[in-house]
Design a protein around this ligand. Structure first.
Ligand code: NIG
Ligand code: FE
Length: 410
């Protein structure tokens, strides 16, 4: 099956990731272009007047064509709602103090433990449908709200079911240590043992329930040593490491990410030079989550320092009921422009080529290049500058997944 996308005003020829530092804004652009898709993959790109014939055509109506957006850090699927914590923070409490008073992750864990797999699916499917309409075509999904093996497995199986029910490709991560459940108070090491026991890790790997393992390594969560133990065991079972690092305090989590060769280190609001160095040396992708800082009202990650250091930076929503209820990757991209001072091309590279690298999918996703999967978004504006200039305005005209139109605006 062939499809020619015609009448493209601006085609962003995103190269495969990872793309480091200043190269993130050196992406080639073609004006008045076309894209030929064959069997779900990109077969040809170039000027419209040289476009080959095809069996079918789709007009971009003078819009801009970009790779499908990739969100490499979310906490879907979850249950319940913590709007009250959001308002408590507006009134002056901090994320950490709410957590210490029994709020936070434990509240969502209680709701997730009570929910059946079917309820998790039902509650999260509409979220994915909305994300698709914002242009997200691939999404990382974490467990981490079960806080007991059976409930973590239930979350991971819900991710698998959600992947079958809608077009966004879901990449599952086992978030082995997110918070200490109440019944393990004072027994963190026992909890860690339980969540990283080889039998459980084997079940996850053999049933292909996750590709990655994650740990929340921070003050108020798990220590560097605990994270190292879990992630080493997971790696031995075939789950590649990634971690929540340097969000609330500087405890050495990004140094650990570098040491163990994590695929990504995420958050990084508190990163220091040692952390930057470690990530650079290991080729770990830095996943920055500006929606979370915006939502919590805390300091942003110093992303320009990361870019100056030559790191490959990705952006993600961190969508979760506690620290960021933002489903829209374009909104996070707008925050990255306006508050982190990232340029439109840097932001797009972060949400496509580098987001693919953060999920180790950069051999087939995140680029507009021959052979790459034809996951594309057609915007109703002539170029990227116009898109980012109009925050909050829905701009997605079509979304294609593997060459098929899976969303069109009314
Ligand atoms: O990425 N930092 C840890 N985990 C989430 C928050 C989860 C929650 O509050 O429910 C995050 O921000
Ligand atoms: Fe997170």
């Amino acid at each position: 099956m062939e499809l020619l996308i015609k009448h493209i005003r601006t085609l962003v020829l995103m190269p495969p990731g990872p793309i480091g530092g200043r190269h993130m804004r050196e992406v080639p652009i073609v004006q008045d272009a076309a894209v030929l898709i064959r069997e779900g993959r990109i077969a040809w790109t170039g000027p419209a007047d040289q476009a080959p014939q095809a069996q079918a055509a789709l007009s971009a109506e003078d819009g801009c064509v970009i790779p499908g957006l990739i969100d490499p850090h979310t906490h879907i699927p979850f249950a319940g709602n913590r709007a009250n914590e959001f308002v408590r923070r507006l009134a002056g409490e901090s994320y950490l103090s709410i957590m210490q008073k029994g709020g936070g992750i434990r509240v969502t864990a209680e709701a997730v433990r009570k929910a059946t797999l079917e309820q998790l699916v039902e509650e999260n499917l509409p979220r994915l449908r909305r994300m698709l309409s914002y242009g997200t075509t691939t999404l990382e999904c974490k467990s981490g709200y079960g806080l007991l093996p059976e409930h973590e497995l239930k979350q991971l199986r819900a991710i698998r079911r959600l992947a079958e029910l809608q077009p966004i490709e879901l990449i599952p991560t086992y978030l082995a240590a997110h918070a200490l459940p109440e019944e393990f108070e004072g027994r963190a090491d026992e909890f860690i043992e339980m969540m990283s026991n080889p039998e459980l890790l084997q079940t996850i790997r053999q049933e292909n329930l996750a590709l990655f393992c994650d740990v929340f390594c921070d003050r108020g969560a798990f220590s560097v040593e605990q994270a190292r133990r879990v992630l080493n065991r997971a790696a031995a079972a075939g789950l590649r490491p990634r971690l929540h690092a340097d969000q609330l305090a500087r405890i050495g989590a990004s140094v650990l990410a570098g040491e163990i060769g994590a695929v990504s280190a995420d958050h990084l609001e508190q990163i220091d030079d040692a952390g930057l160095e470690a990530l650079k040396r290991a080729g770990t992708v830095a996943v920055v989550l500006p929606g979370t800082s915006f939502f919590l009202g805390i300091a942003h990650c110093p992303v320009r320092r990361l870019l100056d250091a030559g790191l490959s930076v990705a952006l993600a929503t961190d969508f979760n009921p506690g620290s960021c209820m933002i489903e829209s990757l374009p909104l996070v991209m707008n925050i990255a422009c306006c508050q982190l001072r990232m340029l439109p091309l840097e932001v797009l590279t972060a949400c496509t080529a580098n987001a693919a690298a953060a999920l180790s999918l950069h051999d087939r996703l995140g680029a507009i290049a021959p052979g790459f999967q034809a996951d594309l978004v057609v915007l109703d504006c002539p170029d990227l500058d116009e898109w980012f200039y109009t925050p909050g305005r829905p701009r997605v005209r079509y979304v294609l997944k593997r060459g098929q139109v899976v969303y069109r605006s009314q």
